[in-house]
Design a protein around this ligand. Structure first.
Ligand code: ATP
Ligand code: MG
Length: 357
């Protein structure tokens, strides 16, 4: 199929290290579903990046690619409008990763705060793979081969997008002879190949997880890898267990103790997901004065979350029964993504004077 639409292009995606969770929903997925009509959307499942931390578990990565595809479909991504595709099936991404890696000084890469956070929070120590450091460069290629106008992501991706912007400027200056004084928005107009993209953050930039703080005392972000997530495929019982066991204010032992709403996932979740703002404000005031129990507030939250997640879970069950269909969505999305990526690769090789045949 050839994509004929003339809409602005959008690229974003996920690493297949598990199923999608509420952090993905408010950080990016919700935006994606809403933007499908106005944008030509490409959703990458970054399976090569999953190898950075799970190289010894390839079957899990495979399963997770299918899981994420089903999560997308269940959340409302429509394969008639949008392309869902597998990273390792897009050779142009790997080819461009090598060329882009030359445009990023090594010390610059090591200053990337998300890399530092991930090494700490995922407990990678100092034994992480060389490829772990390469993945942000790979992500630059994931994005740039699609030359998108919009990239909706969570806050942890901002440093990677900043690198993407730097690489785009550098490439355009070196190989397309764009003046370094050019404003970011004007690079394409001045003859550049790659746009200097602005990230688009979701309504919650960084949703916290259900467990307490990490080693640095701050609440950790909800993450597939950190065992602190409520998944879009969780059933009502699982949601109930997770919310009932969730971290709140450790200093509060009984309902009559004054509680803190700061750094308290219970209230962060109510603020993010509960549309009954009047109840939330009143309950917060009572919580701080020692007038309402954790259990009552948690029960409310369970209702709110089940209402959001249950319709997605039910839709997902249908896809689980039809893996052939899920596979065909990926196959077609990947073919369409390759059309775009290969076009960019040729243009990039032409610009770099490395097109020989
Ligand atoms: P992993 O633990 O394997 O890193 P993850 O849960 O961090 O997984 P990613 O696949 O790395 O998920 O991220 C996919 C997208 O979802 C990114 O744009 C990321 O910023 C966003 N995202 C992930 N977690 C959250 C969160 N807790 N809050 C907001 N956005 C998030
Ligand atoms: Mg992540």
């Amino acid at each position: 199929m050839t994509i004929i639409e003339n809409k602005p292009r959008l690229l974003t995606g996920d690493t297949p290290t598990g199923r999608l969770h509420l952090g993905h929903w408010v950080g990016s997925l919700e935006n994606r579903v809403a933007m499908q009509d106005e944008y030509e959307c490409y959703f990458i499942i970054a399976n090569m990046h999953a190898f950075t931390t799970r190289m010894e578990r390839p079957a899990e990565i495979h399963e997770s690619v299918m899981d994420i595809t089903m999560d997308y479909l269940a959340a409302g991504i429509d394969p008639k409008k949008s392309q869902i595709f597998v990273q390792s099936e897009i050779p142009a991404i790997s080819e461009m990763t090598f060329f882009f890696s030359m445009l990023i000084p090594y010390p610059r890469l090591m200053r990337n705060p998300t890399i530092k956070d991930e090494i700490r929070d995922k407990g990678l120590g100092d034994n992480y793979a060389f490829g772990f450091l390469l993945y942000p460069v790979g992500q630059v290629a994931d994005i740039l081969v699609f030359r998108p106008e919009v990239v909706p992501v969570g806050e942890d991706q901002i440093p990677h997008l900043e690198m993407t912007r730097e690489v785009a400027r550098r490439f355009n200056q070196l190989y397309c002879h764009v003046d370094p004084q050019t404003e970011d928005d004007d690079y394409i107009k001045q003859g550049g190949l790659f746009p200097v993209i602005k990230p688009k953050l979701g309504r919650t930039k960084r949703l916290v997880g259900t467990n307490g703080p990490g080693p640095d005392g701050n609440l950790l972000k909800m993450s597939k890898s950190l065992n602190n997530a409520i998944f879009l495929s969780d059933d009502a019982d699982t949601i109930k267990k997770k919310v009932m066991g969730m971290y709140t204010d450790p200093k509060r032992l009984k309902a009559t103790d004054k509680g803190s709403i700061e750094n308290n996932p219970l209230w962060i979740f109510h603020d993010t997901f509960n549309s009954d703002k009047a109840w939330v404000e009143e309950a917060k005031a009572r919580y701080q004065a020692g007038g309402i129990g954790d259990v009552e507030c948690k029960r409310r939250l369970i209702d709110v979350l089940v209402e959001l997640i249950e319709p997605m879970r039910l839709r997902r069950l249908q896809y689980e029964k039809d893996l052939h269909y899920v596979q065909s969505v990926l196959k077609e999305g990947t073919a369409n993504a390759n059309e775009v990526a290969n076009k960019t690769l040729l243009l990039a090789k032409e610009a770099m004077r490395q097109r020989f045949f």
